[in-house]
Design a binder for this molecule. Structure first.
Ligand code: AP5
Length: 226
């Protein structure tokens, strides 16, 4: 497989648009880390750190953690050695101030973005994906009771001593509605922001997961000229 050494991209999209699912696949394809701010926050919650204690109620309510905190997290993560060869940003930026701050940080690091991919999915489909999502407590593998049902036992059985699927607290119906509202109000403006900077590519992120990966890779290759 043709592996590139540098790939600096943002996956932009509503909750449930498949950013995490596709980022996991791109890690293998491009050999760069996925940086998911949602995963970083959930790890802080699980560890009971001061950040986790602050973030939990905000996340459970479907709101956004403040920009200054998020920028501190991303600055620290991008300084780690594995990010020197590139990164797939998943869930960051999601406000205009975050996008501005990311741009300034990447100039400072001499690592400009190559592409921002908008994962386009109809809102009814998003609701179904989020209510159906289940995650393995041990390995973090993501399933979906409607669209990607876990076989019984799940495929991580054997690797995971006790595969146990759970539903994210923010995947309740009430919180999903709030998250989608927040996306429209605070994150959707980034589509225009990155389009105006010539970085945006839009991918149809509905349908078969492998087909979405193929469209995503084609869009990335077209944008980066690879
Ligand atoms: P975060 O974890 O980033 O959540 P999100 O953006 O809401 O995105 P999701 O993880 O819900 O969805 P996804 O697009 O990754 O979809 P997935 O691949 O899992 O953030 C959580 C919270 O943290 C935020 O609400 C906020 O409070 C806070 N936060 C995080 N970043 C922040 C920031 N920058 N600033 C401030 N606060 C921040 O797929 C979903 C489901 O669909 C799965 O079950 C999957 O199996 C299924 N699926 C995927 N692709 C397909 C397909 N093609 N067809 C059918 N099913 C599919």
């Amino acid at each position: 497989m043709d592996v590139h050494t540098i790939m600096r991209i943002v996956l932009l999209g509503a909750p449930g648009s498949g950013k995490g699912t596709q980022a996991q696949r791109l890690i293998d394809r491009y050999g760069v880390p996925q940086i998911s701010t949602g995963d970083l926050l959930r790890a802080a919650v699980a560890a009971g750190t001061p950040l986790g204690l602050q973030a939990k109620s905000i996340m459970d309510a479907g709101k956004l953690v403040d920009d200054a905190t998020m920028l501190g997290i991303i600055r620290e993560r991008l300084a780690q050695p594995d990010a020197a060869k590139g990164f797939i940003l998943d869930g960051f930026p999601r406000t205009l101030p975050q996008a501005d701050a990311l741009g300034a940080l990447l100039v400072e690091l001499g690592q400009p973005l190559e592409a921002v991919v908008l994962m386009a999915v109809d809102s009814q489909q998003l609701f179904r994906r989020l209510t159906g999502r289940r995650t393995c407590k041990t390995c973090g593998k993501v399933f979906n009771v409607y669209t990607a049902p876990p076989p019984s036992p799940p495929p991580c059985a054997g690797r995971c001593e006790v595969p146990e699927l759970f539903q994210r607290p923010d995947d309740s119906e009430a919180t999903i509605g709030k998250r989608l509202e927040v996306y429209e109000a605070q994150t959707r403006p980034l589509v225009e922001y990155y389009s105006a900077r010539g970085l945006l590519a839009e991918v149809d992120a509905e349908g078969d997961i492998d087909a979405v990966t193929a469209r995503l890779e084609a869009a990335l290759n077209a944008r980066t000229g690879r």
